[in-house]
Write a protein that binds this ligand. Structure first.
Ligand SMILES: Cc1cc2nc3c(=O)[nH]c(=O)nc-3n(C[C@H](O)[C@H](O)[C@H](O)COP(=O)(O)O)c2cc1C
Length: 209
């Protein structure tokens, strides 16, 4: 029964938990534009009340995924733990030859370890997607590929995904996005992930999960 004072206060406590939004993406390159784009998106989620964590290109330099706990490293365990705990996820990939980079696909393959007790893959998780490319064809193809993977992992891709064309001048020295339209798209991804995460958390509270 949800109508008792104790039950009501338990629900209030859970609903007031700050959504945790994880961002994974980028390339290991210094000032990776993909990672900078991801930062803009996460900053928008944080500005609207989320707790955020970013695992960038260098954090994702993981061994090629092999199933099983015996193949995990401290770095891959960190990723898997964050994937298990997050209420929402933003994935940002460069377009490499018309698809997501191998680094990002490999990181996503580690969701295979997010099973068993608790969540299976990205079940019930809002997933925001960002594709960065030199040209619009690559950006569009990569966004579609990311969306396909998010669906395969039972995630809920947000309605808006950002397919952006990067240039060396897109971000300033502090990482601010200098093109207002692109910045607005990246921020929208972060905000949509947060609002879907809040909806999912409220639905979970109402269902007593
Ligand atoms: C190996 C490689 C393959 C690429 N393939 C494509 C491509 O197929 N289409 C495209 O538009 N851009 C392509 N690019 C450009 C990158 O997608 C673009 O520069 C991206 O913003 C790089 O991300 P970063 O700044 O985070 O390293 C490629 C770049 C590299 C290094």
């Amino acid at each position: 029964m949800l109508s008792t004072p104790a039950a009501k206060s338990a629900i209030t406590e859970r609903s007031e938990r700050r959504p945790f939004i994880l961002g994974i993406g980028g390339t290991p390159r210094e000032r990776s534009s993909t990672e900078l784009a991801l930062r803009v998106s996460l900053a928008a989620a944080a500005a609207n009340g989320a707790g955020t964590m970013l695992l960038g290109g260098r954090d994702l330099l993981l061994p090629l995924y092999q199933p099983g706990p015996e193949h995990q490293t401290p770095q891959s365990r960190r990723l898997v733990d964050a994937l298990r705990r997050c209420d929402g996820l933003v994935i940002a990939s460069p377009s490499y030859h018309g698809a997501m980079s191998g680094l990002i696909k490999n990181a996503l393959d580690y969701t295979e370890e997010v099973r068993g007790a608790g969540r299976t893959y990205l079940d019930g998780i809002a997933v925001g997607l960002i594709a960065c490319a030199g040209g619009s064809q690559g950006a569009g193809q990569t966004l579609a590929a990311l969306r396909g993977v998010a669906h395969a992992l039972r995630g809920w891709p947000t309605p808006f995904g950002a397919a952006i064309c990067t240039t060396p001048m897109l971000f300033d020295a502090d990482g601010a996005c200098l093109d207002l339209k692109t910045a607005a798209q990246l921020e929208l991804v972060g905000r949509q992930v947060l609002s879907f995460a809040r909806m999912n958390m409220a639905a979970g509270d109402a269902a007593g999960r």
